[in-house]
Write a protein that binds this ligand. Structure first.
Ligand code: ITT
Ligand code: NA
Length: 199
């Protein structure tokens, strides 16, 4: 069966393909870009789970195929969880990873190391054309560096140093990141659900 990945974020697509393939899902995974005629849904939810479900339902309804989506972001302790669901457009420009990261670093410039705790969060959603839905969430806890380091990954990876690591997420290999990441945890949790509902 074909399973649609309801995202146009290239960094996410790369991660999701390898996470789901490593988990042994036999499905043919296709990105939303394979359906350019279907408009992007407005992310009007107030939680990661609501937004992930909105994206998955919109694509499942429009294509008649099962769809998976993720909504994810960085939640900073001293900012009471911001940027959170606004992570992709924190600086105003949707998807401008560098501008978002630079703005966040500027906002945290006076914050000392012991108060720089944060986590990545991911909600992984599965929606079927008949309206059936499931969500699984995952987190990766760490501290925020003062200076971006590393060139792997995407988004805020160069500033998040996972707890127990001496490297940032952008210095981890793709496999190392997937093994501990919010997205890895959420989608590995979703795999048995996909198997149960789709066979
Ligand atoms: P889609 O809605 O098409 O999936 P998007 O990039 O808009 O793509 P989100 O709304 O989920 O996706 O925003 C997620 C943002 O959170 C992303 O742009 C990054 O800035 C950040 N983010 C999420 N996961 C991350 C990760 O693993 N590493 C670094 N940054 C991440
Ligand atoms: Na979002």
């Amino acid at each position: 069966t074909r399973l649609i990945l309801a995202t146009r974020n290239a960094g996410k697509i790369t991660e999701l393909r390898s996470i789901l393939a490593d988990a042994g899902l036999p499905h043919d995974l296709v990105g939303a870009d394979a359906y350019p005629e279907i408009p992007d849904v407005k992310e009007t939810g107030v939680t990661f789970a609501e937004n992930a479900l909105l994206k998955a339902h919109a694509l499942a309804r429009a294509t008649g195929l099962p769809a998976v989506a993720d909504d994810s972001g960085l939640c900073v302790d001293v900012l009471n969880g911001a940027p959170g669901i606004f992570s992709a457009r924190w600086s105003g420009a949707h998807g401008d990873d560098r501008a978002n990261l630079e703005l966040l670093l500027a906002q945290l410039s006076d914050i000392a190391d012991e108060h720089r705790g944060a986590h990545f969060a991911c909600a992984a959603a599965l929606a079927l054309p008949d309206g059936t839905e499931r969500v699984v969430e995952g987190r990766l806890r760490g501290v925020l560096r003062h200076t971006p380091t590393g060139t792997n990954g995407f988004g805020y990876d160069p500033i998040l140093q996972p707890d127990g690591e001496s490297r940032t997420c952008a210095e981890l290999s793709a496999a190392e990141k997937n093994a501990i990441s919010h997205r890895g945890k959420a989608f590995r949790g979703l795999v048995p659900v996909v198997r149960e509902l789709l066979g």
